[in-house]
Write a protein that binds this ligand. Structure first.
Ligand code: ZN
Length: 358
């Protein structure tokens, strides 16, 4: 046990020292593949996504441990994000929180599981590490169909070791107003696309308020519809004939498709769907995964949380929880760190959950 703790922290330090900004994961994928192969695991690879099946490949019961290898770009003021620094039991470095600590702890748990291969005649652990979770489409969306079907999965993301059982979905929509140009001294001769789009934004605000009163998820709260980009107009003295607004819509289970029709019906201008593939997710309270998670974390279901941020879970069909040692509020923040005690603690949780789902 003592050895395994030591190995996990050493591995985490090594992972932090390998830059793996989203879209450039080759080196870290090479290193993790080599590390797992040296532990006699059969590693499969597609692009920079890795997975291995530990135990009986044909077992009926399979549990997945999955996390991502990439990080966001470090902020410019962060002088050396790739040198892990230990201070007061906290390890600082890019990806320490989001989410190389989950990767290291999952490897630690999987190696303990692999060490008892003889015990796993009827079950298997599927260890999965993805690329491009933060930005691109070459990770879980294309990998999931290649993976064995699993009965349950743990997604390693920063939750401060709390069990997260629901996450919001994301829709990106665009409003496009087409007006008519005219000289700004005679506005009555034109149709102002900026005014048109502002009227739609008012309608959307009202719709959002109605939804927030009527549709509330116990863990995820309400749907939010947020304008994030606006463009329009081409000269200071011309009535603008074009205007566009991008909307970031965070959805809750059961309302992902419905919100598309509600926004479209509320708006007078054209509404385009830019992306709708990031679905909201929730694992039913009576699922055995949640019982196992409560047991392994020594908590009860009332301490389970939901999360407004999305993850690879959006692309996975099986029941999942998110669980990881990082601090959610430190993800994508300069000087992110992880508390080492939490890393050791979560490794045990991953291991216990995987064992109890036989
Ligand atoms: Zn993450």
């Amino acid at each position: 046990m003592k050895n395994s703790k030591h190995n996990t922290i050493t591995l985490l330090e090594k992972l932090i020292s390998i830059p793996s900004i989203s879209g450039s994961e080759q080196h870290i994928a090479d290193a993790v593949q080599k590390y797992l192969a040296a532990q006699h695991l059969k590693v499969k690879r597609h692009l920079n996504n890795l997975w291995c099946i530990i135990g009986n490949e044909n077992a009926k019961k399979k549990v997945m441990l999955c996390s991502h290898l990439d990080t966001v770009k470090p902020s410019l003021e962060w002088k050396d994000p790739y040198t892990p620094i230990l201070k007061d039991g906290k390890l600082h470095g890019l990806g320490a929180t989001d989410t190389k600590s989950s990767v290291a702890a999952m490897i630690g748990a999987a190696l303990r599981y692999a060490a008892e291969q003889g015990k796993h005649k009827d079950d298997a652990l599927v260890l999965v590490f993805t690329q491009e979770e933060e930005t691109g489409g070459n990770g879980m969306p294309i990998l999931y169909p290649l993976l064995p079907t699993c009965d349950a999965a743990i997604v390693g993301e920063p939750t401060a070791n709390k069990v997260c059982i629901a996450q919001k979905g994301l829709l990106i929509m665009k409003l496009i107003a087409k007006g008519k140009a005219a000289h700004a001294s005679r506005p009555m001769l034109g149709e102002n696309a900026i005014t048109m789009i502002m009227e739609d934004l008012e309608r959307i605000k009202k719709l959002e308020q109605q939804l927030q009163q009527k549709k509330k998820h116990p863990l995820l709260g309400t749907i939010t519809i947020t304008p994030t980009i606006i463009t329009g107009g081409r000269a200071k003295n011309i009535i603008p004939e074009n205007a566009e607004v991008t909307l970031d819509v965070r959805t809750i289970p059961g309302m992902h498709e419905e919100i598309i029709s509600l926004v479209t019906a509320a708006c007078k201008n054209e509404v385009n769907i830019i992306s709708k593939r990031i679905l909201p997710r929730e694992t039913p309270k009576d699922h055995e995964l949640l019982t196992a998670a409560a047991q392994a974390t020594g908590t009860t279901q009332n301490t389970f949380i939901g999360s407004t941020g999305t993850s690879d879970w959006a692309f996975m069909e099986c029941p999942c929880i998110k669980l990881g040692p990082g601090e959610p509020e430190l993800a994508h923040v300069m000087n992110e760190y992880v508390t080492l005690d939490r890393v050791i603690e979560v490794e045990e949780m991953y291991y216990q959950i995987a064992l109890s789902l036989k």
